[in-house]
Design a protein around this ligand. Structure first.
Ligand SMILES: Nc1ncnc2c1ncn2[C@@H]1O[C@H](COP(=O)(O)OP(=O)(O)OP(=O)(O)O)[C@@H](O)[C@H]1O
Ligand SMILES: Cc1ncc(CO)c(N)n1
Length: 293
């Protein structure tokens, strides 16, 4: 049987919501190479012991080297998918990823306004690891308008700067300052992520609108396989929160899992560019949990 490291806190253990398994919907784009987007979300939700669902906002033609093309199906059909789901299924959490266009963002915003008070994690996807755009520039304002409905937003360092219309931060202190300003302006928790900063330690932090900061740190994994880390983090966070209703513990648990998944991504031998992380590293039993910092 695969070895799974013992949970270090109660909040990383089995879920305790009304359904024994958190029911988590990802609203995001498709990455056929399987490392990012909906495909990463479903793996990440499963790795966190959730039941994953997916409504696809956009199709990409993409591999580990880059994005060749983006196709956006009619936004009205996305609206139909979302309404059909919520007529039947109780959602314990929603994760929102690639929105592609302002019209798609508007459909998602209108659906969230009709949806019950489901927890929402918004990953404001703008640019892929390869540098290719996944959100039209004119849609940045539409993403901003979703912040007020989100419970948590998970921008990387460049996305944080776009959301604030400020220069890109170059130190962790400046990232935390920007995260606090964004949180206060929109009344939303911000997960600030240190993946894009240099250094042997990668900090992330949960910053709430009142200014409280809970930081979680991990040793930097020296790897090119960072494709989809943002998608994987946000859907893992949504799933663990749905289970235990504790954002800080959900972030710490997700980061602990993601560090192991990053450390073993290259074992998968997928592609010649920025390959995927190994979402199922714990189920495979190839890794122990990394030591906490
Ligand atoms: N080399 C690394 N070692 C350890 N943790 C990392 C590394 N790179 C990223 N992370 C972690 O992965 C998560 C995503 O961070 P990152 O800042 O890379 O997001 P992103 O840019 O949105 O991701 P994506 O590549 O999907 O666009 C964070 O928890 C971050 O700390
Ligand atoms: C579909 C999709 N969503 C998000 C990202 C960002 O990692 C990506 N590369 N592709």
């Amino acid at each position: 049987m695969a070895h799974r490291p013992a949970p270090t806190t109660a909040a990383e253990g089995p879920p305790s919501c009304a359904s024994p398994v958190p029911r988590v919907l990802a609203v995001a784009g498709s990455d056929p190479s399987g490392g990012a987007g909906i495909q990463a979300d479903l793996k990440s939700i499963a790795a966190a012991d959730g039941y994953g669902m997916a409504a696809i906002t956009a199709l990409t033609a993409q591999n580990t080297r880059g994005v060749a093309a983006v196709h956006v199906p009619p936004p009205a059909f996305l609206a139909r998918q979302l309404d059909t789901l919520s007529e039947d299924i109780t959602l314990d959490a929603v994760k929102i990823g690639m929105l592609a266009t302002a019209d798609v963002a508007a459909v998602v915003g209108a659906w969230l306004a009709r949806a019950a008070s489901v927890p929402v994690v918004l990953d404001p996807v703008m640019v892929a690891t390869s540098g290719d755009r996944l959100l039209a520039r004119e849609a940045e304002r539409a993403v901003l308008s979703l912040l007020d409905r989100a419970d948590v937003v998970t921008p990387n360092v460049p996305e944080l700067a776009v959301l604030l219309d400020e220069p890109v931060a170059t130190t962790w202190g400046a990232v935390l300052d920007q995260a606090a300003r964004l949180a206060a302006r929109h009344g939303v928790r911000v997960v600030a992520k240190g993946g894009h900063l240099p250094g042997d330690v990668v900090p992330d932090a949960l910053v709430d609108p009142g200014g409280d900061v809970v930081e979680t740190r991990a040793r930097r994994v020296r790897t090119r396989n960072t494709h989809g880390t943002g998608c994987s983090l946000s859907s893992g966070l949504a799933t663990r929160y749905a289970g235990h209703r504790d954002w800080a513990a959900a972030l710490a648990g997700t980061k602990r899992w993601l560090s192991a998944a990053l450390a073993h991504g290259e074992d998968l031998r997928v592609g010649g560019g920025h390959g995927p992380v190994d979402h199922h590293v714990w189920q495979r039993g190839t890794a122990a949990a990394p030591a906490s910092l």
